[in-house]
Design a protein around this ligand. Structure first.
Ligand SMILES: Cc1cc2nc3c(=O)[nH]c(=O)nc-3n(C[C@H](O)[C@H](O)[C@H](O)COP(=O)(O)OP(=O)(O)OC[C@H]3O[C@@H](n4cnc5c(N)ncnc54)[C@H](O)[C@@H]3O)c2cc1C
Length: 434
């Protein structure tokens, strides 16, 4: 029987190497004021390229890809364990060739792209010679894609795109954007939109501004306007009307990776709050002696372990079924759980650090904002919970219980008596336990 919580020693060695490499060489890059996605900056490249080479030499570059694209074909459990180490070090995903949103964009071009699209966009993307953006959300509607109005119309042998997109992460660093636009307004809900590859220097693409998440000095969430943007007909990605199906392909594995990076972030927070708890002196000892502080440490540990196991089990199911649709409920569940675990652990960490915790000399408030981002980006928590509930309730849809269903104690006692005590000899011997 296979039920194992151990990592095989050979892979554990790789994880150990990663852990030290990220801590010693990659983390410091995040302290220098350069941006991981600024691929045209020679100063950034001078620092990042040798580290990327070290990762390639170790065979750990872009591990989310299949062997046909130069990856290792690792399953989601291994990728999850790797992402746990990458979480919290800003440059780590870039150094390991697995940064969002490029990973998701590469995944869909690899899956749906033509040979020409792969050569022109996928290959340099996989080498991190360029970066990309995913342009789906619109200013007037994010959670509900039926509110999207950006449209693409065939005009001769070109598509002409008009509309506005909001929070297209890394638009300002990107060479191309993957844009979702309405092509078939009268088709059924899931067939109305298509995906396009749009080079960012195409006339009519205008970055109105780059918005920052609170606390960031330099925003890269691009607000993009598309005015009569003409791309050749062969820049349609996948089938016309296929955007919804494509976007589903994009997010399955990515959600597990985000969740495991969040585990990594939370481990750092728990580590920091534990160190603080045993070091901060009071009249009678240290704050770790107070039960109220112990409760916060215990709750954080318990929530983190639960969450990590849930994420790894989900990753294991993806590997087992090789079909994201069969794991939809659990992928949505970990997405919905992630912001809460992150938020609660980040706020305890802040609290236990007192004034230092809320100061700009500690990174913890960033964790709090990060947790909120996790509850919004890639769809708000409510939407994912609805998915969980709908998936869960599927198998109950045909049930129509009477007022006193079979699981009522009345029925269960009657059934038990009929089975074990048809003559009533045991009756009144004792009250049945609930
Ligand atoms: C850091 C960050 C990066 C992002 N990167 C990208 C990107 O690269 N590309 C891209 O296209 N988009 C990106 N997004 C946008 C993201 O996908 C949207 O923010 C998200 O889908 C929510 O849309 P909205 O912001 O318009 O919120 P709204 O849709 O306005 O929702 C606001 C709130 O309304 C409630 N709500 C909405 N719908 C429901 C519902 N069905 N049931 C119950 N409550 C509901 C929820 O409380 C929700 O939080 C990013 C967002 C963030 C924060």
């Amino acid at each position: 029987m296979a039920w194992d919580f151990e990592t095989d020693p050979e892979f554990q060695e790789k994880l150990d190497w990663m852990e030290e490499f990220v801590r010693e060489k990659v983390e410091p890059l995040g302290m220098l004021g350069i941006h991981p996605y600024d691929v045209k900056n020679p100063k950034r490249n001078k620092l990042v390229r040798p580290l990327q080479q070290e990762v390639k030499d170790k065979g750990l570059w872009a591990c989310h890809l299949g062997p046909e694209l130069g990856g290792q074909g690792y399953g989601q459990v291994k990728l999850g364990l790797m992402n746990e180490i990458l979480g919290g070090a800003t440059f780590a995903p870039i150094v390991f060739g697995c940064q969002a949103p490029d990973t998701g964009n590469a995944e869909i071009i690899a899956h749906y792209g033509t040979p020409e699209q792969k050569e022109r966009y996928l290959e340099p993307l996989l080498e991190n010679e360029i970066v990309s953006a995913f342009s789906m959300t619109e200013p007037q509607g994010g959670s509900d894609p039926t509110n999207f109005v950006t449209k693409a119309e065939l005009d001769g042998n070109h598509w002409k795109i008009n509309g506005e997109k909001w929070f297209s992460t890394n638009g300002k660093w990107a060479d191309f954007l993957i844009v979702m636009a309405v092509t078939d307004p009268d088709a059924e809900r899931h067939k109305r939109m298509s995906m396009f590859i749009v080079p960012v220097d195409t006339p009519g693409v205008e970055i109105i501004r780059n918005v920052g998440v609170y606390g960031q000095q330099d925003g890269s969430e691009s607000y993009v306007r598309y005015t009569d943007v003409r791309v050749p007909a062969d820049h349609l990605l996948g089938e016309q009307g296929g955007a919804f199906a494509i976007s589903q392909t994009r997010l399955g594995g990515g959600r597990v990776h985000h969740a495991m990076r969040t585990v990594g972030n939370c481990k750092r927070l728990l580590d920091a709050m534990s160190r603080r708890a045993v070091s901060r002196k009071t009249r009678t000892g240290v704050i770790a002696d107070y039960q109220s502080v112990q409760m916060q440490i215990a709750d954080s540990y318990i929530e983190l372990e639960q969450f990590k196991l849930f994420v790894l089990k989900t990753a294991w199911m993806i590997d087992k079924y090789q079909d994201y649709r069969k794991v939809r409920k659990d992928i949505a569940a970990i997405k919905a759980l992630m912001p809460k675990v992150y938020h609660d652990i980040a706020s305890r960490c802040i609290h236990i650090h007192g004034s230092l915790g809320v100061s700009n000399e500690m990174p913890f408030v960033g964790g709090l904002i990060g947790s909120m981002v996790m509850g919004i980006a890639d769809g708000p928590t409510e939407v994912h919970k609805v998915t969980v509930a709908k998936q869960h309730l599927r198998k109950y849809r045909d049930v129509e219980d009477p007022m006193f269903p079979e699981y009522s104690l009345i029925h269960r006692r009657e059934a038990a008596k009929a089975m074990y005590d048809p003559l009533g000899e045991l009756s009144n011997a004792m009250e049945p336990a609930e």
